[in-house]
Design a protein around this ligand. Structure first.
Ligand code: HEM
Length: 459
């Protein structure tokens, strides 16, 4: 077979200059309208294939050959292929299995006492968040970051922090700056020699320093951790001990260094994405009061705060969450995969060493599947009788063998937060004369909204 079509690039930079650094998802989407749902280009030194159709993503990501990560400087040079997000091969398979089964043990199951414990943990954090927002005119970011952050702290490390705890403040700052700088350092991935430029060197030093300092903290948390296994760290320590005792070869995957990379990955992957989705949800509700009223009607009819049991029976709430995930996909360029063996996708050859980008923005904004895609319209996810409908061209967690391992937890968090917040509060935008709501996103690794206040009236 032949390679997918695509633009001719310049030597050295390839097609990098075609990408708007502030909106790479839009530049790539424009190219997909021109070259089709599968096309190839070279980004600096990295040969890349872009998939702009959910069917092609499903086909590609179902293959073992496509479970690698892209040959990027940050994944391989900074993350060293450790942890889970950047791991490949035997290490990835081992850690993926361990994480998936640990998350099930922590309550990501359909029913039972563990699920109730998880639900209580989230519900308590929602209460904390409600207290901070009720009656206030603020950007909800700080409240959400603290409250959702503590759910992740509890699940990953087995502890929570007071809001003003200096260690927690420092962790939040590192996370925010790190995510921003990794975005800024994007070109470094494709042109690794850029790391010799002074500005890039400073950014990289911050990222590597932050990594070293958080790993030190994690080692301390591990040393202080008891025998309990109600969190990922506890489960890791117990599994490391079990493998050491039995002397099995898999014990090499449970060293202290891998533990620290894994903890950082789980905390980072879980918090940023969920937080950003919640921020977009509140902004969309404020900008579309009529849609907010429809959700409110449904919640009023229920007469109490929704629980996980109610998932599947509140279609308006669910459709509003799904439509938020469509119109402001938090990872608009998608999380790239790497090709481990030559393979074919859509009849085209995709050679070993290629980076595969599942271009979620193009998929979720495709006018053929989503008429008038820039319009926020939850009814897209409802049929004429108001029942929820599954949509094929919608893959916010991606698909296949590496699909988001936290999807169940993310859906539970979004459900309980969005339901409780809208049941108790009416979210309103500032008057249009003062600018209204700014729904344009800024693209780092995630597509985030601009900081802006909202008013939270008691219902
Ligand atoms: C709305 C919230 C979330 C969204 C939109 C989201 C989205 C994604 C996406 C698109 C991927 C890439 C999948 C792939 O490579 O094919 C991913 C991977 C991942 N997510 Fe999430 N995620 C969310 C929440 C979470 C949460 C709460 C956790 C933690 C429990 C989590 C942990 C992970 C991990 C560890 C991976 C890497 C999986 C692997 O490489 O095998 N995510 N997520």
């Amino acid at each position: 077979s032949r390679l997918p079509p695509g633009p001719l690039g310049l030597p050295v930079v390839g097609s990098l200059l075609r990408l708007d650094p502030a909106a790479p998802h839009e530049s790539l989407t424009a190219l997909s309208r021109r070259y089709g749902p599968i096309f190839s280009l070279r980004l600096g030194s990295v040969p890349t294939v872009v998939l702009a159709d959910a069917r092609l993503v499903r086909e590609a990501f179902a293959k073992d050959a496509c479970t690698g990560r892209a040959p990027l400087y940050l994944t391989h040079g900074v993350m060293n292929g450790k942890g889970i997000i950047c791991a490949e091969g035997a290490l990835w398979r081992d850690q993926r299995k361990f994480v998936a089964s640990t998350l099930r043990g922590l309550g990501m199951v359909k029913a039972g006492p563990r699920r109730e414990r998880l639900e209580k943990l989230i519900a308590d954090s929602v209460d904390c968040c409600l207290q901070k927002l009720e009656g206030a005119t603020v950007d909800p970011l700080a409240a959400l970051q603290h409250c959702v952050g503590n759910v992740m702290n509890a699940l990953v490390f087995g502890r929570t922090y007071a809001e003003e705890d200096p260690v927690w403040r420092w962790l939040q700052h590192l996370q925010e700056e790190g995510t921003r700088l990794i975005g800024v350092a994007g070109p470094l991935n494709f042109l690794p020699f850029l790391r010799f430029l002074p500005q890039q060197r400073r950014n990289l030093r911050f990222i590597v320093e932050g990594q070293r300092a958080t790993h030190q903290l994690y080692s301390r948390l591990a040393a202080e951790h008891g025998d309990g296994q109600d969190d990922l760290l506890g489960a890791f320590l117990a599994e490391a001990e079990r493998r050491r005792a039995s002397g099995e070869p898999g014990q090499r995957f449970f060293c202290d260094e891998q533990r620290n990379y894994l903890l950082a990955d789980m905390f980072g992957a879980g918090l940023d994405t969920t937080l950003t989705t919640l921020r977009w949800f509140l902004l969309m509700m404020a900008a579309h009061p009529h849609e907010q009223e429809l959700v409110w009607e449904e919640l009023r009819a229920l007469g109490r705060r929704p629980t996980l049991e109610d998932m599947g029976s509140l279609p308006r709430l669910e459709a509003a969450i799904l439509e938020t995930q469509r119109i402001r996909t938090v990872v608009p360029v998608g999380i790239p995969h790497g090709v481990l063996q030559d393979m074919t996708v859509g009849g085209f050859l995709v050679p070993k060493g290629t980076m595969v980008l599942p271009l979620l923005w193009a998929i979720h904004m495709d006018p053929q599947h989503w008429p008038d895609p820039e319009r926020f319209n939850p009814a897209r996810f409802l049929d004429d009788d108001g029942n929820l409908v599954r949509r094929d061209n919608f893959i916010p967690f991606q698909t296949g063998k590496r699909v988001c391992v936290g999807e169940e937890l993310a859906r539970a968090l979004l459900w309980l937060y969005c339901g409780a917040l809208l049941r108790r509060l009416r979210v309103a935008a500032p008057a249009p004369s003062t600018g209204g709501v700014d729904l344009r996103g800024r693209c780092g690794i995630t597509l985030t909204p601009a900081p802006q206040p909202l008013t939270f009236y008691t219902r």
